[in-house]
Design a protein around this ligand. Sequence first.
Ligand code: SF4
Length: 373
Amino acid sequence: VNAVDTENAEQYSFSRLEKYAKCSYKYWLHYFKPVPRPFTGSVATEAGTVVHTVLDRFADPNGYNRTIPTVELLNHYWYERLKAEGIESAFYDLLALAHDYNNLLLRATFEYTGPDRIRDSNGKVSKQFRKTPDWNAAYSQLAIDARSRAINDVAARVMLPNEKTGVLEPAVWAHVQLTEVFAKSYRHLQNYRDTMGWLTMYVLEMPISRDKKQNRVNTVYYPGTNIEFTGFIDVIALDQSGAIYVIDHKTNKDKPDSNKVAHWEQLIIYGWAMHQIWGVYPKYMGINWLGDPAQLVVAEFDPALIPGALQRAMGRIRGVQHNLFIQHNPTDYNNACYNKYSEDNACEYLSLCHPRFAKAVGLYVPTWEVSTV
Ligand code: SF4
């Protein structure tokens, strides 16, 4: 590893180019910052980061953590994090809240046989979970909402120093609710079993071209250019025959099948980058899907898919280089601005790009003026 490299080489990670593919105009807003950025995080992104960190600790090839239940590592993570943020007492409140809520859910299941089971208005226990009057009464008796609010209010006041400038600023809890991120991280990891149990971990979070401090390491250039491909491979592992696996953790809603994994563009590019660094391709690639139950979905790596993936990447890079930043039309098929079936996923810049449309669908909020980080 060299000393910090101050040379400002052109660099593109897979996710950066994916952003360009999704909406080139949004890419411009994001990286060229002509207007202050609205907060773009979410419960899912925050929980995803927590889950990644805990799984790295779990699978650490230099530790023995694979014998420890992930839920214990998760508890440790949360305790340490909240302590560092000065609100470790929130950890115990969160645990008590999660415990009560889980028990409440349990009481509403068909299998539960205790005397305090939750029934519907006909006194029956339904096979499918429903918010019956019984449920609502038990829910308010446990003061779930008020307890969540109390925890989130405390968390929303946490101030932390900015990593670069050292200036104190509100923690992420001012934008997303701590209770929701905590609960989501538990949903992903409380029943996690070692999906990669038969594999030996080789390297975790392997940097390509740059490490987290921007030191040059494992440099990979896009073919025929001096443009760096950057990224981190979540897991490189070996099976007992020595075959190499390149694996990425994903918290997506839908579990992919092996055909989808075989064509997973990010893994194809990582396989190509591995060949550039070590001179070998992986034999397999996998998505470690963190649903319930979690599952590692594996497919054979096919080098024949590399040229197409690289062409698409180069096409996006050329777009950036030629200043091709074009707005989507929110009524176009498959646009990235707005989806009437999933309004929560509307683009955070909708009001900026298409104020008239945003007003018409009731989503006009000048977010970039009032909520910036
Ligand atoms: S609102 Fe539409 S055009 Fe504007 S940045 Fe978002 S996706 Fe792109």
